[in-house]
Design a protein around this ligand. Structure first.
Ligand code: NAD
Length: 264
């Protein structure tokens, strides 16, 4: 894979620390020769993101709060000035009020519903539109989703509803940008211990359940997600768009796990 991404430039959004899924993706892209820019939320994270970006030879580390149109515009204005064009973008951003990532979905407040949809769903469309305008030679756009979009998972609540809307956005954006040679896909990752995941109730139990019940009998790593992202973001995925690709050790295909000797 060395050289697979040589000459390609892309933006990684959503790197918080070295546990972030965005970090697994950035490492895989960099190892394949891509040139990377990073965006981060808030000054506190800049101190974490700067050294990680430097490890991958990048000093293009820019602030962006996706809840703020002016902030998104400023990010893409800077990229336009520095690079002029883009080949790929990774959107690894999601947010909801932690207090509502437990208990019942039915109790979601209007404020948190709208905020969750804004940060976790609309932001993808907002950045995809601006990125596509810079993809003058075709491109690839990727976001991160979770199985809670398709099935009810404990505590995922409004985030599951948001991910369902995000997955639908992937399909609509794939159609909008397809004629320009721009592909839009999502990776549906199995549970991985990250900052965002630590806000979800019983997360350790959910990870254990996935490990015991997935066909591969293990959890996935950031590197597993990174390597699959490399396929979708590189020309290896040239024929793939509008897809939600599961990187979850196969968990989503299991209806019920077999027992050796059912005693019924
Ligand atoms: P993470 O905490 O490392 O990353 C989440 C990122 O979202 C952080 O960098 C945070 O700064 C950013 N963010 C939040 N609000 C923002 C805003 N207003 N503007 C800009 N950035 C903002 O956690 P992660 O698990 O790596 O999450 C990345 C993506 O992967 C999310 O979309 C998440 O839903 C998805 N995902 C995670 C898992 C998992 O188990 N960890 C599984 C499937 C999908």
């Amino acid at each position: 894979i060395t050289g697979l991404m040589a000459g390609k430039r892309g933006l990684i959004m959503g790197l918080a620390n070295d546990k972030s899924i965005a970090w697994g993706i950035a490492k895989a892209l960099s190892a394949a020769g891509a040139e990377l820019a990073f965006s981060y939320l808030g000054d506190a994270l800049k101190r974490r993101v700067d050294p990680l970006a430097a490890q991958l030879g990048s000093d293009l580390v820019l602030p962006c709060d996706v809840g703020d149109e002016a902030s998104v515009d400023a990010l893409f204005d800077t990229l336009q000035q520095k690079w002029g064009r883009l080949d790929f973008i990774v959107h690894a951003i999601g947010f909801s009020d932690k207090d509502q990532l437990r208990g019942r979905y039915a109790d979601t407040t209007r404020d948190n519903f709208l905020m969750t949809m804004d940060i976790s769903v609309y932001s993808f469309t907002a950045v995809a539109r601006r990125a596509a305008a810079m993809m003058t030679d075709g491109g690839s756009i990727l976001t991160l989703t979770y199985y809670g979009a398709e099935r009810v998972m404990p505590h995922y609540n409004v985030m599951g509803v948001a991910k369902a809307a995000l997955e639908a956005s992937v399909r609509y954006l794939a159609e909008d940008f397809g004629k320009d040679g721009i592909r839009v896909n999502a990776i549906s990752a199995g549970p991985i211990k990250t900052l965002a995941a630590s806000g979800i109730g019983d997360f350790r139990y959910i990870m254990k359940w996935n490990e015991l019940n997935s066909p591969l009998r293990r959890n996935v790593t950031q590197d597993d997600v990174g390597n699959s992202a490399l396929y979708l973001l590189s020309d290896l995925g040239a024929g793939v768009t509008g897809e939600v690709h599961h990187v979850d050790a196969g968990y989503h295909v299991v209806g019920m796990k077999a027992v050796d000797a059912p005693d019924i």
